[in-house]
Design a protein around this ligand. Structure first.
Ligand code: AMP
Ligand code: MG
Length: 884
C-alpha cells in the first residue's frame, strides 16, 4: 500500500483512497474467535474430530524409494502434469451428476490412488481451507487458512459413486467443524511424537479454483514465479489448478523419500484412474486398470515364465538311475561314518521296491508311510518307495502319537517302512509295519532282484504323486500336500541350472517330514553328488557339526537362517577350513541382514549365500536370491523365479506396480496336486490363473495363493514383507495359529482361546470355562495375588500344556499361557488386541532358590546375562523366561 501511494504512476494523486473503509479488522476476528470457540462450542467441534480421527494410522503406506530419514527434511521437487479438458469436463460432470463438487471428486480419486499404491484402506489426506465463513471477512488481509484432516475408508470393494458420496459427507462434516485449528487438534489428539514425519497426515491435496486474474499495474509487467521448486512441505502434495484447458497437476514430493520415476508413474496412474472412474463409476475401484501398458508388461515379465529344458516324461528316480549307470562307484550316501555307493544304494532300494511291489500290492499312487530317524535307511526307504511307484508319506518319529495316528488315517497308510523301536511307539500293526531291522525281512529282501523295477511296466507316470508332506492346518488338523514326480523333477532340475559351482557334497540337516529335505536329497542323487545325512550327535553339538562339514568336504548346505547363524558363530570361533564350502542356502523364514552380513564378512566371495523362498505347496522353492558382496540393510530380497514357474504380486486380481505390497501367487510346473482329501481347501488355495494363455504350458493354468505379502523391487527381485493371515514361522517351523487355538478349544476347561507370537515365542490367551476362578479383573496367572488363585491358574496351565503336547509337536506348544476372565473388546465388539496384557517376564520366575554348586552358579550367571534378568534361581525355566 505504501508502495502504491509512492509509486510515480499515481502521479501525486494522494487525495482519494481507492478502497472502501473496513468494517472489521483481523483483530476483531481474532477476538470474536477466541470468545466463540470455547466451552460447549469447542467441545462439540473437538468431539467431532476425536471421533473422526480415532485410531488414525500414524503414517501412510506409500512405497518409499529411500529409507525415511530419522528427521523429516523438506528437500523436494515438483512434477507438472495435465488432465486434458475433455477428461476434466467429463470428470467434473460425473461429480456434479452425483451432487458433489470437483474437489470432492478429486479427494475420492486421489484417495483411491493412494489406497491402490500403498495397498491400504484407511487413507488420510490433509487439505487447506480458506476458513472465511462469514462474508464480512472476505475482504480482510490476514491469516485465516486452516488445515483439515480428511479420512477415507476404502475397505471392502468400494466403487467410485460410493466413495464420492463418502467424500461429500466427510467434507461437509469437516467444513462444519473447520474452526478447530490444526495445532489445537494435534494438541488434543496427542499422536505419537515423531520427528520423522508430520503429525496426523503427510499427504496433501490442494485445489486452486480461484481464477488467477492477470494482475496489471501501470508501468509494470508482471508474471507468476513458481515458488520454492526444491521444497516439499509434506511427503506428497498434489496441487490441482482448474483452467480452461483442463486440470493442471503439480506433484510436490519429498526427494529424500521418493524418486522422480515413482511420482511420474503415480501421475500416469492418476490420469488412467480418472479415465476409468468416468467410464465405470459403479465398478470396484481396486479392479480398475491403472498401469500403463508398458509398465504392465514389465511387471508381467518380472513374473518369469522362461523355462529351461527339463527332461520330459521321466520320474525323479529315473534321473538317479542315470547317475547309477554313469558313476556306480561314487559315494551316494553317508551317515555317521557309514557310506553307500550309487550302485549299492540302487541295488538295496530296488530290492525293497520289488518286495513292496510283490508283497504289498503297491500300485502307482499308493501311499506308503516312512517313519525313520535320520539314517542311511531313511534315504534308502524313500527311494525304494518311489521306485515301487508309490508316494512316500514321512512320519516324524518325534511327533506326538495323536498326530501320527491322524496322518496314518488321513493318508490311509496300509504300509509303513520303519524300525522295531518305532513300530511299537506309534502302535503299528504287524501287517502295517515293515521293520528294516527285522532279520526275517532282511533275508527276504536279499532274495529280491536288484534291478530297477522300471516305470513303464508299473504304469507309473510323472503325473503320479511322489510324496505327501503334512503342514499345520488352520482348522485344527494338519493338511497333506500332494506333490507329483513332475513337480519334484522340475523343482530339482532347476537347481542344476541355478547353482554354480555344481553340487559335490550336501549336508542334510532337515528331517524328511519337512519339504526342505526334498531339496538336498534329490539334488544330490540326480547330480551324482554325496548326500551326507547329519547325525544326531552333530545336531546337538555344533562343534561336531562344523567338524563334519570340513571332514566330509561339504560344498553346499541348506538351513533355516536362525540355525545357520549358530553354525556360523561356531565356524568363526574355530579353525574351520573355509576352502570347501561353496554355497549356503538359507530358507524357510525371513533372512535378517545381520546374518547375511556376517556370512559375507567371514567367507568373502568364496562361499555364496542364497536366500531361497518357497511354500511346500509349490515344491520347495519358488524364488531365490544370490547375495551380492555388500552390506545389507533392511530385509534381504527373496529374488526371482529360478525358472520353475510364474510369480505374480496381486491385489483383488490386479497386477501391482513395483513397490506396492500384495499377495504372492505362484504358478507353473512346481505346483502341488493339491491337499490330500481336501478338495474344498484345494479349490480355495489353488485358483484359476487369470493370465493364463493357451500358449503357456498346461501346468500354468492354476496359481497357488501363498498368503505371503511381498512387493516387487525396481530390479525385478521380490521383497518379503510378512503374512496376510495367521500363519507364522518359529525357528523355521510353519505353524497355523488357528490349529493351536482349535486344539485349546477342544479342552473342556477352555471357553475362548487366542494364540499370538511374542518375541519369537508362542503366547496363548485363554478364558477358562470357570472364568470365576480368574474373575475380578484381568490378571496374569503368574502374578495372581492370592495363593489360591495362583494354584488354580498354575494347575490349569499345566493341564493345558500337557494336553496340547499330546496332539501337537513341541514347537507348537505355547511357551506361556495367560488366563483372562474375558477378552478385552473394542467399542464395536471386536477383540481388542492392543488391550491384551503383555506377559511380564520377571513375573514368570519361580520362587528363588540359590544355586548350590559352582556349575549351577555359572549357569545362573549366564542366564542372567542372556535373558537380561537380575537374578536367576535353580527352578527357573529358560524358555518360559523368554530364552530361545
Ligand atoms: P513351508 O511350506 O514350511 O516351506 O513354509 C513356507 C512359508 O515359509 C512361506 O509361505 C513363507 O511364509 C515362509 N518362508 C519360506 N522361505 C522364506 C524366506 N526365504 N523368507 C521369508 N519367508 C520365507
Ligand atoms: Mg519349505
Amino acid at each position: 500500500y505504501q508502495y502504491y501511494l509512492q509509486h510515480p504512476a499515481r502521479q501525486g494523486r494522494t487525495d482519494t483512497l481507492p478502497l472502501p473503509d473496513l468494517a472489521l479488522q483481523y483483530a476483531d476476528y481474532a477476538v470474536w474467535q477466541r470468545q466463540w470457540l470455547q466451552g460447549e462450542v469447542l467441545a462439540q467441534q473437538l468431539g467431532y474430530w476425536e471421533r473422526q480421527l480415532q485410531d488414525l494410522p500414524a503414517v501412510h503406506g506409500l512405497p518409499l524409494d529411500y529409507p525415511r530419514p530419522r528427521v523429516q527434511t523438506v528437500a523436494g521437487a515438483t512434477l507438472h502434469t495435465r488432465i486434458d479438458a475433455t477428461l476434466a469436463q467429463a470428470f467434473t460432470a460425473l461429480c456434479q451428476a452425483e451432487g458433489a463438487t470437483l474437489f470432492m471428486g478429486l479427494h475420492a480419486a486421489f484417495s483411491t490412488l493412494v489406497a491402490r499404491t500403498s495397498n491400504e484402506t484407511d487413507i488420510v489426506i490433509g487439505s487447506p481451507i480458506a476458513n472465511r465463513e462469514q462474508s464480512g471477512i472476505e475482504g480482510l488481509i490476514g491469516f485465516f487458512v486452516n488445515t483439515l484432516v480428511l479420512r477415507a475408508d476404502l475397505s471392502g470393494t468400494p466403487d467410485f459413486k460410493h466413495l464420492l458420496s463418502q467424500s461429500k459427507r466427510t467434507l461437509l462434516d469437516a467444513y462444519a467443524h473447520q474452526q478447530v485449528s490444526f495445532d489445537q487438534l494435534v494438541e488434543r489428539l496427542q499422536p505419537q511424537r515423531s520427528l520423522a514425519h508430520s503429525p496426523l497426515f503427510q499427504i496433501m491435496l490442494v485445489l486452486q479454483n480461484n481464477r488467477q486474474g492477470t494482475l496489471a499495474l501501470p508501468g509494470l509487467e508482471l508474471s507468476q514465479v513458481e515458488q520454492g521448486a526444491d521444497i516439499a512441505k509434506y511427503d506428497l502434495t498434489l496441487h490441482v489448478t482448474e483452467g480452461a484447458d483442463g486440470l493442471g497437476l503439480s506433484w510436490e514430493y519429498n526427494t529424500d523419500l521418493f524418486a522422480h520415476a515413482r511420482i511420474a508413474r503415480m501421475a500416469t496412474h492418476f490420469a488412467n484412474l480418472l479415465q476409468q472412474l468416468v467410464q465405470q463409476p459403479a465398478h470396484n475401484v481396486f479392479q480398475l486398470p491403472m498401469l500403463a501398458a508398458q509398465e504392465r508388461q514389465q511387471q508381467l515379465d518380472f513374473s518369469g515364465t522362461r523355462y529351461p529344458d527339463y527332461p520330459h516324461g521321466l520320474c525323479i528316480h529315473e534321473l538317479f538311475e542315470q547317475q547309477v549307470r554313469a558313476q556306480p562307484d561314487a559315494i551316494a550316501l553317508a551317515f555317521d561314518g557309514q557310506y553307500l555307493s550309487y550302485a549299492a544304494l540302487n541295488q538295496r532300494a530296488n530290492q525293497l521296491a520289488h518286495y513292496l511291489l510283490t508283497q504289498r500290492q503297491i500300485k502307482p499312487g499308493t501311499m506308503v508311510g516312512l517313519c525313520l530317524e535320520r539314517s542311511l535307511e531313511m534315504v534308502l526307504g524313500l527311494l525304494a518307495i518311489l521306485k515301487s511307484g508309490a508316494a512316500y508319506v514321512p512320519l516324524d518319529p518325534d511327533y506326538p502319537l495323536a498326530r501320527l495316528r491322524f496322518m496314518l488315517e488321513d493318508a490311509q497308510l496300509a504300509t509303513v517302512v520303519t524300525m522295531h523301536g518305532l513300530q511299537s511307539r506309534i502302535n503299528l500293526t504287524p501287517a502295517q509295519a515293515l521293520c528294516l531291522d527285522d532279520p526275517a525281512l532282511q533275508a527276504a529282501l536279499a532274495a529280491q532282484p536288484g534291478d530297477n523295477p522300471g516305470t513303464a511296466a508299473l504304469g507309473l507316470t510323472p503325473a503320479h504323486p511322489a510324496y505327501v508332506i503334512y503342514t499345520s492346518g488352520s482348522t485344527g488338523n494338519p493338511k497333506g500336500v500332494l506333490v507329483a514326480h513332475q513337480s519334484l523333477l522340475v523343482s530339482t532340475c532347476a537347481r542344476l541350472h541355478f547353482y554354480a559351482p555344481p553340487l559335490q557334497a550336501f549336508l542334510l540337516l532337515s528331517p524328511c517330514g519337512f519339504d526342505s529335505s526334498v531339496a538336498g536329497i534329490f539334488w544330490s542323487l540326480i547330480s551324482g553328488a554325496k548326500l551326507v545325512v547329519c547325525n544326531p550327535a552333530s545336531l546337538r553339538d555344533l562343534n561336531r557339526m562344523v567338524h563334519l562339514i570340513a571332514h566330509e568336504r561339504i560344498n553346499y548346505l541348506l538351513a533355516v537362517p536362525s540355525f545357520y547363524y549358530e553354525i556360523l558363530s561356531v565356524m568363526q570361533s574355530s579353525d574351520f577350513d573355509r576352502r570347501h564350502l561353496q554355497g549356503v542356502i538359507l530358507a524357510g523364514e525371513a533372512l535378517m541382514p545381520h546374518i547375511a552380513n556376517e556370512h559375507l564378512a567371514y567367507f568373502g566371495p568364496g562361499c555364496h549365500l542364497i536366500n531361497e523362498y518357497g511354500p511346500t505347496e509349490a515344491t520347495v522353492w519358488s524364488s531365490a536370491y544370490l547375495l551380492e558382496p555388500r552390506q545389507y540393510h533392511g530385509q534381504v530380497p527373496i529374488g526371482k523365479s529360478p525358472g520353475i514357474g510364474q510369480l505374480y504380486v496381486l491385489h483383488q486380481g490386479q497386477i501391482l506396480p513395483s513397490g506396492t505390497p500384495g499377495e504372492l501367487y505362484v504358478g507353473g510346473a512346481g505346483l502341488a496336486l493339491g491337499y490330500l482329501n481336501r478338495p474344498d481347501l484345494s479349490a480355495e488355495k489353488f485358483v484359476a490363473n487369470p493370465f493364463y494363455d493357451p500358449g503357456q504350458p498346461h501346468s500354468s493354468r492354476l496359481l497357488y495363493r501363498t498368503g505371503d505379502l511381498v512387493r516387487w523391487l525396481a530390479d525385478g527381485n521380490l521383497d518379503f514383507l510378512g503374512r496376510i493371515d495367521h500363519q507364522v514361522k518359529i525357528r523355521g517351523f510353519r505353524i497355523e495359529l488357528g490349529e493351536i487355538e482349535t486344539a485349546l478349544l477342544n479342552h473342556a476347561e477352555v471357553r475362548e482361546a487366542l494364540v499370538l507370537v511374542d518375541e519369537q515365542r508362542l503366547l496363548a490367551y485363554v478364558v477358562p470355562e470357570q472364568a470365576a476362578d480368574v474373575a475380578g479383573r484381568a490378571y496374569l496367572a503368574e502374578t495372581a495375588e492370592t495363593a489360591e488363585k495362583a494354584d488354580t491358574a498354575a494347575g490349569l496351565q499345566q493341564r493345558l500344556r500337557h494336553y496340547l503336547a499330546e496332539s501337537l509337536p513341541d514347537y507348537m506348544v505355547p511357551a506361556t499361557f495367560m488366563l483372562l476372565p474375558a477378552f478385552p473388546l473394542t467399542p464395536n465388539g471386536k477383540l481388542d488386541r492392543k488391550a491384551l496384557p503383555k506377559p511380564d517376564r520377571a513375573a514368570r520366575q519361580s520362587a528363588w532358590v540359590a544355586p548350590e554348586n559352582a556349575l549351577q552358579q555359572t549357569l545362573c550367571e549366564l542366564w542372567q546375562q542372556v535373558l537380561g534378568l537380575p537374578r536367576i534361581g535353580l527352578h527357573d525355566h529358560f524358555f518360559l523366561l523368554g530364552g530361545h
